[in-house]
Design a protein. Structure first.
Length: 370
């Protein structure tokens, strides 16, 4: 059967050819544009060629010592092959940083961290930098979230409490592209720089002091038990085990946030487990003061019947009656030193000593003066 002519005439083949030509023209108009700068290779091209991320390429070109030698060679080979030349204008824009120090602490009401923050503010008061505070509430996930907020703002430096970041938080700190100072700790593997003291050694020194003055059934009482308190407990255990005095019944802890009232309650619990308790090392001064108040209520003589040691040496330790022995930590100086280290790095004079141990001091007072 003969094909029925098109209603406009037998022009089907001509129409098809017309639309094919028009479609080809449109494709030519919408083909991908060439790279900016007339085909000049970009950092993304180098990253693809080297099989790494663009951030890694940027770090290798900007700060080679932070990248392994093998990776540097791999990236340099890609740079040479592509003929990549960094754009000085883009580099200047990328390197621009806010005149802000990002500061992350686990609490803004805890006197311990308030002193660190005061040291930071005082050290920056006469310069161009401002402080942006973040409260992690002792949460690793909240620390991650805050770092994700701070990072895109390109702070001049980051000061972060502790060394127990989650793997994600640590990666965020490592890729921040600015000086990072971790505070209130010491250790062998900082992200960048570290200033503080050993909580383990502080706990051991406090316990050894109690053993030296004659206490034998020495309990540990701790609240919240964040990683710093866990290290103080480890120091206590090391000292009591070395003296043959450790007994798990002597340890009383809770994840509940610390308070003086909680110290009283925990001391009652400790006595119920071990009525012959004759000494208490507390993970902080709030707990130690609560123990002292409960001793007053129960007519337990301090230091004759029981000795008390706190940690951090807040003002109330000296004012208590009897005054309470405590481990003094230099929080204000830690804040000041962290700023000094960050400013030196910003100025291109990164300190040779990346880990600074400011130590601690055991302040002996009436509560252990047997």
């Amino acid at each position: 059967m003969a094909r029925k002519p098109d209603e406009h005439g037998d022009k089907g083949d001509d129409a098809t050819a017309h639309w094919q030509k028009r479609s080809a023209g449109n494709k030519a108009l919408t083909k991908p544009r060439s790279r900016r700068g007339g085909g000049r290779p970009t950092i993304a091209d180098v990253a693809r060629k080297a099989g790494v991320g663009a951030i890694t390429v940027s770090r290798a070109l900007r700060d080679p010592e932070r990248v392994s030698e093998d990776l540097r060679r791999q990236i340099q080979a890609a740079v040479d092959e592509l003929g990549y030349v960094p754009d000085p204008n883009a580099r200047a824009l990328a390197s621009a940083r806010a005149e802000v120090f990002g500061v992350l602490v686990p609490s803004l009401t805890n006197n311990v961290f308030a002193e660190v923050v005061r040291g930071i503010y005082d050290s920056l008061s006469d310069g161009p930098f401002r402080v942006q505070l973040g409260n992690t509430h002792y949460s690793g996930l909240e620390e991650e979230r805050l770092l994700q907020v701070f990072g895109p703002q390109r702070p001049a430096a980051l000061i972060v409490a502790g060394v127990d970041q989650t793997p994600t938080a640590r990666k965020l700190l490592e890729s921040a592209g600015c000086p990072v100072v971790q505070v209130m700790e010491t250790g062998p593997n900082p992200v960048d720089m570290l200033v503080g003291f050993s909580h383990f050694e502080g706990g051991r020194a406090a316990t050894e002091h109690m053993i030296e003055v004659g206490y034998r059934r020495i309990g540990f009482i701790g609240a919240r038990m964040d990683p710093r308190s866990q290290r103080r407990l480890a120091g206590y255990r090391a000292a009591t085990e070395a003296a043959g005095l450790f007994d798990p019944r002597l340890v009383t802890t809770t994840p509940v946030p610390s308070s003086v009232t909680l110290g009283r309650e925990l001391f009652r619990d400790a006595l119920a487990k071990m009525p012959t308790l004759d000494g208490v090392f507390c993970n902080n001064d709030d707990i130690a003061l609560g123990v002292l108040f409960e001793c007053h209520r129960a007519a337990i003589a301090v230091p004759k019947s029981i000795g008390i040691v706190g940690f951090n040496d807040l003002d109330m330790m000296q004012s208590a009656f009897p005054s309470i022995t405590s481990v003094r930590t230099y929080r204000y100086e830690i804040g000041r030193r962290s700023v000094a280290m960050a400013l030196a790095a910003i100025a291109g004079k990164r300190p040779e000593q990346r880990v600074v141990d400011l130590g601690f001091e055991l302040i002996r007072r009436e509560s252990t003066a047997r």
